[in-house]
Ligand binder design. Structure first.
Ligand SMILES: NC(=O)c1ccc[n+]([C@@H]2O[C@H](COP(=O)([O-])OP(=O)(O)OC[C@H]3O[C@@H](n4cnc5c(N)ncnc54)[C@H](OP(=O)(O)O)[C@@H]3O)[C@@H](O)[C@H]2O)c1
Length: 246
């Protein structure tokens, strides 16, 4: 079994996932760059290696369970364990009309299903496939990239800054993901594994053209949750060290 810490980040070829890989690499952690495109994944691997980090592309399409199994088999055979799993890959496929998101009454079931497939159901499938490998690590860490937009507490509060930011399928997929994080954390509470949900902030990426945080800031919450010490918490929803309401 590898002595070095091994981290797998889904959707690590660009955006917050790529920067998370870079920051974990800076800590001497071996980063497995999960990507659904071999071309983009290898390009990300090369960039990280050129910066001096121990990075390796692993083919992982969240929406294709065959790739979950092949990636897990490879990691098992090569490293024997997985210390960190960061479920970072996510999609936002909803459109806007007249500058506002399509409301809940008219967001199609097809949009809900596609969004939930990637952000929720298939993220659960990834987690379940890799959990046996995380259990083999001394102190496993599982991070779910959620969003403050998944917070029902804030969506119900007229004083909250996100009160009027109702993007139904995306937001509710993150609410559901939060629910899964809470349940998995509870199941694993008496183990060495910590499971937490991250809100990265509003980060300027391809997904969020209005983001006001840099990638560097945006990756910090994922990195902090991935590297929590043995006295760290589990089952929380965190943004830059602050707890958010579910
Ligand atoms: N940016 C923000 O302000 C913000 C705020 C809150 C939460 N988040 C969450 O943070 C995470 C990263 O967001 P981001 O802003 O970095 O997004 P992004 O720039 O759009 O990058 C998304 C990443 O996910 C990958 N991905 C999407 N579907 C995939 C699939 N089926 N299998 C494998 N990879 C897949 C993409 O791969 P391809 O290149 O192949 O498409 C890409 O690498 C997401 O979960 C997002 O919901 C972001």
């Amino acid at each position: 079994m590898s002595e070095q810490k091994i981290a797998l980040i889904t959707g690590a070829n660009r955006g917050i996932g790529f920067e998370t890989a870079r920051q974990l690499g800076q800590q001497g952690i071996k980063v497995l760059v999960g990507a659904r495109s071999a071309e983009n994944g290898k390009e990300a691997e090369t960039k990280l290696r050129n910066e001096g980090f121990d990075a390796e592309f692993v083919l992982l399409d969240v929406d294709n369970e065959t790739t979950h199994a092949s990636a897990a088999k490879y990691i098992e055979e090569t490293y024997g364990k997985l210390d960190i799993l960061i479920n970072n890959a996510g999609i936002w496929i909803e459109g806007f009309e007249n500058g506002a998101p399509v409301p809940a009454s008219r967001t199609t079931v097809d949009i809900f299903r596609k969004t939930f497939d990637t952000n929720f159901f298939n993220t659960i499938a990834v987690t379940q496939t890799f959990l046996p490998l995380v259990k083999k690590a001394d102190a496993g860490r599982i991070v779910f990239l959620s969003s403050i937009l998944g917070s029902l507490g804030l969506h119900s509060d007229p004083a909250s800054p996100i009160y009027n930011y109702k993007v139904p399928a995306y937001n509710i997929s993150k609410t559901a993901l939060n629910g899964y994080a809470v349940h998995l954390a509870h199941e694993l509470k008496d183990t060495n594994i910590k499971v937490n949900a991250a809100h990265p902030g509003s980060v300027l990426t391809d997904m969020n053209a209005n983001g006001d945080l840099s990638l560097e800031e945006g990756a910090k919450t994922s990195v902090a949750l991935a590297t929590l010490g043995t006295d760290g918490y589990t089952g929380r929803f965190i943004h830059l060290g602050e707890e958010l309401p579910w």
